[in-house]
Design a protein around this ligand. Sequence first.
Ligand SMILES: [Zn+2]
Length: 490
Amino acid sequence: MATAVSPDVRTKYEAVIGLEVHVQLLTVTKAFCGCSAKFGAPPNTNVCPVCLGLPGALPVLNRKAVEYAVRAAMALNCTMRETSIFARKNYFYPDLPKGYQISQYDRPVAEHGYIDVAGVNGATRRIGITRLHLEEDAGKSMHDGLPDSAHYTYVDLNRSGVPLVEIVSEPDMRSPDEAYEYLTRLKEIILYTGVSDCNMEEGSLRCDANVSVRPRGEQKFGTKAEVKNVNSFRFIREALEYEIERQIETVESGEKVIQETRLYNPSEGKTYSMRSKEEAHDYRYFPEPDLMPLVVDAKWQAQIRSRLAELPEARRQRMITEYGITAYDAGVLTATRSLADQFEEAARSAKNPKRVANLLQSEIMGRLKMRGLAIEQSPISMKGIAMSADLVESGAISGKMLKDLYDFAFERNQDFPAVYEQKKPQQITDTTTIEKMIDEVIAASPKQVEQYRAGKKTVAGFFVGQVMKASKGQANPALVNEILSRKLDA
Ligand SMILES: [Zn+2]
């Protein structure tokens, strides 16, 4: 970090951060035409008169885009607006052939939401969401990597007209860590709703940050700078850290922070002035005359709500109760919807779901931590854990054997079923051999036999244990049970 504000000075100030996040919706077609919205097609192949902005072409609203926007808004605890209005946001740019972007302005589809984020000392902080609105993306200018890049800029209009939602937060965040946490939760929630893949490399999640500083205790906001288009959460945290220090330094030296747009350079860890407010756009918003007001009535809202999957926080709470796992592990297991689904599918398919959770916590997590692996990198799948849990449950393998099999699986980087197939104990299924072992155990335990026959049936467990021990865990448990009860009840 280039700036050096001493911790003493730093604590005199408070940062105020608000975030604007653009999320691309995973619709098959674009927002206002039938062109494919798929990423990665050859340049300018997914285009038509509507998204090229040719005169006379009329937009037709994609119903799926509306449903996705509303679903996202519901997941973010927003209040829906039954009637919202599309507006033209006018500006001139090579990647915007129409000369305006269809967006929403004073009447967005949803408002007044929030996300709860983890604050310091386990406290929860509620970050307000001002609004969520639906809009179309612009095309993409390509400045380098092409044969004539030194002389020309190319424009790819495949992205032009792809549906987005813009999610604007309240200026409620007070530190770069909190902003990072907000983005992490936001992304997690959006991924759970399935309306976007939130892939930052492909631009389906983009973030701009507004940041200002003020003396601690001051109510009035300081002058903000906008940091634009930072392409990872880590860079956003770094850019905010730099920007906060830069602004504190500016104020401390008696100068004024200028309201401006700044760009972050990740290789230097610094932000640079891009344009000042005087050059800022006046978008001259006005209602889009080619589109009717968007009406999402109570019935449609109810339909969309019924398709809303369980959200991460609710799922964490339920999993803690249902499987008796810790809050920490619930957090790890719900990091993605797919992981949580896999875990729950495995747990529910097992004879004892709690055992699956316990094995995961005690045996798998420990081994992963030791090797510095993430849970997605575990050689033992959730299904493998469920299978091993059932084997322990039925007494087919001992706890000790299970640990050995897990070690082997991690060493070989193989899943449990494969390892079990190679290493599984040769089961004794020969009834004569088992009968002989049982006779020996019965003969050696006259007191327990007496108790059993006096009606204390729970002693049966003792005999099973003794036989399994005598057979080094290799006797077929079903046969042991069957023969034992026959002999004891005789
Ligand atoms: Zn089109």
